[in-house]
Design a protein around this ligand. Structure first.
Ligand SMILES: O=c1ccn([C@@H]2O[C@H](COP(=O)(O)O)[C@@H](O)[C@H]2O)c(=O)[nH]1
Length: 286
């Protein structure tokens, strides 16, 4: 099954556009686990248990595991998600980008070692840095397009004088993902990352890439507007995957952390679903 289909099925089954981000900061682990990297897996597995029926994807951020030498726990966690929630795809947030020979190794890391279903990539080094990932036909990639941080403007909002129509850089990335960098439109392996903090840009990206899956971080801790995000990104065709990490993970620092995480995830899921334009409200979640 293709990644896009897997995403659609999970969204449909759980009636959800919510992706829970797994960003385990050891300083914020609950109770006796605080400051103990050996409990990263336990914490994330409890979050998975608490939210598996509420999400369309999980997104582990590799930095939080690698910084503590916890890669083995990340492998274990993804294997656990497979077993606990086989219908829910895993997007490895690694933001890789390198020449083809090195990208081949990064692709092996994401897909063979960790068993992720998709990975985030920087498009900065061009199509040959993306190609090794596309060789895995059933996997997906999300290219950084208009990121959620303010500094994203430094490059992504620059106008490209050399390209016909003079688009902004992020618009050019969206157009590439929709066309030239999307070798098999039927499979649609290439999605885009757009920040929930920039709804106008989400709408523009959706216009340029109507059927690309959009991974949209920035609701919750970064203050992005969940309703505006769905209104901008939803067209009934391309998947909308809205990530929230810290707001869910650290909803409580106490023994009730998993229940509190579930409550926030459930409220966010509902808010996103209710924002689907009414004439399509009962339609299949793409
Ligand atoms: O533009 C981007 C791209 C990726 N991220 C990642 O998403 C989560 C957001 O975490 P929150 O706690 O919900 O703010 C995090 O892993 C980032 O690395 C992003 O925020 N913006």
């Amino acid at each position: 099954m293709t990644f896009t289909q897997q995403l659609r099925d999970a969204a449909q089954q759980n009636q959800s556009m919510l992706c829970v981000g797994l960003d385990p900061d050891t300083r914020r682990l609950p109770g006796a686990w605080q400051g103990k990297p050996e409990h990263i897996y336990d914490f994330c597995a409890a979050i998975v248990d608490a939210s598996a029926d509420l999400v369309c994807a999980f997104k582990p951020q590799i930095a939080y595991f690698a910084a503590d030498g916890a890669e083995a726990q990340l492998e274990r966690l993804i294997a656990y998600i497979r077993q606990r929630a086989p219908q829910v795809p895993v997007i490895l947030d690694a933001k890789r980008g390198d020449i083809g020979s090195t990208a081949t190794q990064y692709a092996r890391e994401a897909f063979d070692r960790y068993g992720a279903d998709a990975v985030t990539l920087s498009p900065f080094m061009g199509f040959d840095s993306i190609e090794p990932y596309l060789a895995y036909a059933d996997k997906g990639v999300f290219l950084l397009c208009r990121t959620s941080n303010r500094g994203g403007n430094d490059l992504q909002a620059q106008r490209l004088a050399s390209v016909m129509g003079q688009p902004l850089l992020y618009e050019h990335v969206a157009t590439l993902a929709q066309n030239a960098w999307n070798p098999d439109p039927a499979v649609r392996q290439v999605g885009l990352v757009v920040g929930a903090t920039y709804p106008n840009e989400i709408a523009r990206v959706r216009q340029l890439a109507p059927d690309a899956p959009l991974l949209i971080p920035g609701v919750g801790a970064q203050g992005g507007d969940a309703v505006a995000t769905v209104q901008a990104g939803w067209n009934g065709v391309g998947s909308v995957v809205v990530n929230s990490s810290r707001a869910v993970l650290y909803a409580s620092a106490g023994a009730d952390f998993a229940q509190a995480a579930r409550s926030v995830a459930e409220a966010t899921r509902q808010q996103l679903q209710q924002a689907i334009p009414t004439e399509q409200g009962e339609a299949e979640t793409p």
